[in-house]
Design a protein. Structure first.
Length: 208
């Protein structure tokens, strides 16, 4: 991991994501980051904001959008990703204000993706760790990303993780074995609400 964030900084980012969505759903406004922020929250970082609906203790995806590469200062990236996740994820209708008390926010701050170097594609599974690495598959104009928490939640091994990331890119599942396909990996620091608008914790990924 190339950097770290304190629990207080992580909690701030999750609260910022929720407030950004709330203000946007209220009147279409895009809030600005607070003017006085620690340097760690002003550095350019990749970030994803995931919104999950919660019902009877079960979580289901409600939106997830972000920036894989460090193009914005972190606080600004969280605001932009949170609003996009709530209103522009093409898999879901835009969120309504009435949903805010039934969803939890999760912020994943990314290290910069690094190309995995191999002499043969068959080496890829040995170069990634489920529960630690996220993946980007790139082939031509096709690109797909899966965060490190996804294979843990679904119980995938490394090969299945690669296959699913290929399919996320709109490619055949075995495309990672073809010459010319590029695979990148990255790591995340993850903070999440334990309940809607509830306490915020650092999420530790554990492979079952």
């Amino acid at each position: 991991m190339e950097f770290n964030l304190t629990d207080e900084e992580g909690a701030f980012l999750v609260k910022l994501a929720r407030r950004a969505v709330e203000e946007n759903l209220k009147d279409g406004r895009i809030i600005s980051p607070p003017s006085e922020l620690p340097a760690s929250l002003m550095e350019r970082r990749g970030v994803f904001v995931t919104i999950n609906s919660v019902r009877d203790g079960e979580k289901t995806l409600r939106g997830c959008i972000g920036f894989p590469y460090p193009v914005y200062p972190l606080a600004k990236a969280v605001i932009e990703a949170a609003i996009e996740s709530a209103t522009r994820d093409p898999r879901f209708p835009p969120m309504k204000m009435s949903e805010l008390n039934r969803v939890v926010f999760e912020v994943s701050v990314l290290t910069e993706p690094k190309l995995i170097e191999v002499s043969s594609p068959s080496e890829y599974p040995s170069k990634i760790k489920v529960g630690e690495d996220g993946l980007i598959v790139e082939r031509g104009f096709y690109k797909g990303l899966l965060l490190p928490q996804v294979p843990v939640e679904w119980g995938w091994d490394e090969e299945e993780f690669l296959c699913q990331c290929c399919m996320k890119a709109g490619l055949p599942p075995d495309c990672w074995l073809l010459k010319g396909t590029k695979i990148y990996k990255f790591q995340c620091i993850i903070f999440e609400e334990t309940s809607p608008n509830g306490p915020i914790v650092r999420r530790i990924l554990k492979r079952e």
